[in-house]
Design a protein around this ligand. Sequence first.
Ligand SMILES: NC(=O)c1ccc[n+]([C@@H]2O[C@H](COP(=O)([O-])OP(=O)(O)OC[C@H]3O[C@@H](n4cnc5c(N)ncnc54)[C@H](OP(=O)(O)O)[C@@H]3O)[C@@H](O)[C@H]2O)c1
Length: 324
Amino acid sequence: MSLGKILTLSNDNTLPQIGLGTWLSKPHEVENAVEIAVRHGYRHLDLARVYQNQDEVGRALKKVIPSVVKREELFITSKLWNNSHQPAEVEKALDETLEQLGLEYLDLYLVHWAVAFPPGKGLFPPHPTKEGEVELDTETSLVDTWKAVIKLPKSKVRAVGVSNFTIAQIEALIAATGVVPIVNQVEAHPLLPQDDLVAYSKEKGIHITAYSPLGNNLVGKPKLTEHKVVQEVADKLGATTAQVLVAWGAYRGYSVIPKSVQESRIHSNFKQVELSKEDYEKITAIGKENRTRFNIPITYNPKWDINLFDEEEEKVAGHKPKVQ
Ligand SMILES: NC(=O)c1ccc[n+]([C@@H]2O[C@H](COP(=O)([O-])OP(=O)(O)OC[C@H]3O[C@@H](n4cnc5c(N)ncnc54)[C@H](OP(=O)(O)O)[C@@H]3O)[C@@H](O)[C@H]2O)c1
């Protein structure tokens, strides 16, 4: 059984290049998907408290550890949700995640988004006056949270990092603490290549994990897996379009976490194909004019009225998160 290509992080720990995403599923789907994936060779799992299915993942892990894999053969990521950014909440939230998963430690724990919500009022605390919006905690800064995250015991987390953080936000964390996040997990695919962030991360030794690598298919926009150019390359290689999109991320050297709850797709998404430079460039060209970000909190329901991104075209209304 092939376990796929293995990459090395700045703390010298290794992780498989392709991981299984677990966001958005109906009851029992993720339990089934995780078990299928691990039996098929996946060793990298991407989880989060807010996906509200970590108990299911925990049930699947019980079925495969130790009969299929040893715990230390898996690379398991989870994420600190926005309502636990307050320093006193950080370790409690990690403990809750470990309990849901039935694990003693995570391989990687990420600050999920660069925005804090007040604690103790649920995952999406309703705004007291603005209907359809989430209440924000505008006092707890990203640096406050990062200071608590880097103090988490090594016995419970092997590495810590961030997700959806901009260069400026990461620079602020480093300036305040001297500690560089080991990973930044961000949306990345041919329609959102994140070139500046990828180049910056390479220079700093920050590993990028690309989420929504298939374009996520949620918001009613044309599916990246059905894009004409991606299809042409897939036909030429005798591959699926999803394999080509995963290969496009792999070509750039980072890890990629496609999500599926369907057995045949879980299997086929894991089979690595290689792109030639020419095919890589052909696919890269589709993002030059159709730049698309699929995950934008001010479009979610309930929405978070916060502007989290640096880029010019995303200068939308909304607060900026408190950085320090
Ligand atoms: N850090 C963050 O803020 C953040 C945000 C978003 C996502 N993530 C992580 O990244 C993972 C992946 O991102 P994502 O779930 O947004 O999107 P994605 O992996 O790009 O796309 C998932 C969608 O593609 C479908 N799909 C899977 N394999 C396919 C194939 N071979 N052909 C055609 N369609 C296929 C899936 O449906 P089926 O399940 O029916 O196959 C699902 O609808 C998430 O699950 C989560 O773990 C993190």
